[in-house]
Design a protein around this ligand. Structure first.
Ligand code: UDP
Ligand code: MG
Length: 151
């Protein structure tokens, strides 16, 4: 199995609810190696590029507002972007993160423990994690410059 890299984002709901530490703790305890970290104020352009494959989904416009912190106002509407590296790390991190819908995520996962479905219907699922190798490569290149990773 090849060594992979994956992008994790503590989303604006996770930042507002002070869940960065516990999310990182879960990833630490699962044994993943962090090789990059930065706080980012998500621009409209970054949001669109990151989620471009979902552009035709009915929830896309809400997702654009959500990831830019429009619903969770924190200092500079920041998120925390992280890169983890390791064997099969993309799939393994997804297991630790849990299913997209927090109500369907296993209780022990990050989303299952801390996520909620907002009363407006979108998912406040605390963290993003790359879904596959192609997405991980695209996303890491979008969020980080090569020199910003311990690679
Ligand atoms: N999302 C949502 N409602 C949905 C599906 C997705 O609010 O019905 C949001 C949610 O924040 C999710 C993101 O859109 O994490 C990206 O969706 P994707 O299907 O890629 O899920 P993920 O890869 O994050 O599990
Ligand atoms: Mg996805």
């Amino acid at each position: 199995m090849a060594i992979e890299k994956t992008l994790v984002i503590i989303k604006p709901d996770g930042i507002l609810r002070k869940l960065s530490g516990i999310a990182i703790d879960r990833l630490d305890n699962a044994g993943f190696e962090m090789i990059g970290a930065k706080v980012v104020s998500v621009s409209d352009e970054l949001a669109h590029k990151h989620y471009c494959e979902l552009a035709n989904e009915p929830f896309f416009e809400t997702l654009m507002k959500f990831i830019q912190g429009e619903f969770h106002d924190t200092y500079k509407k920041k998120v925390l972007a992280l890169v983890y590296k390791g064997e099969n790390v993309i799939e393994e991190v997804r297991k630790t993160v849990g299913a997209t819908n927090p109500e369907k995520a296993e209780p022990g996962t990050i989303r299952g423990s801390f996520g909620r479905v907002s009363t407006k219907g979108y998912y406040e699922n605390v963290v993003h994690a790359s879904g596959n190798a192609k997405d991980a490569e695209k996303e890491i290149a979008l969020w980080f410059k090569p020199g910003e990773l311990l690679d």
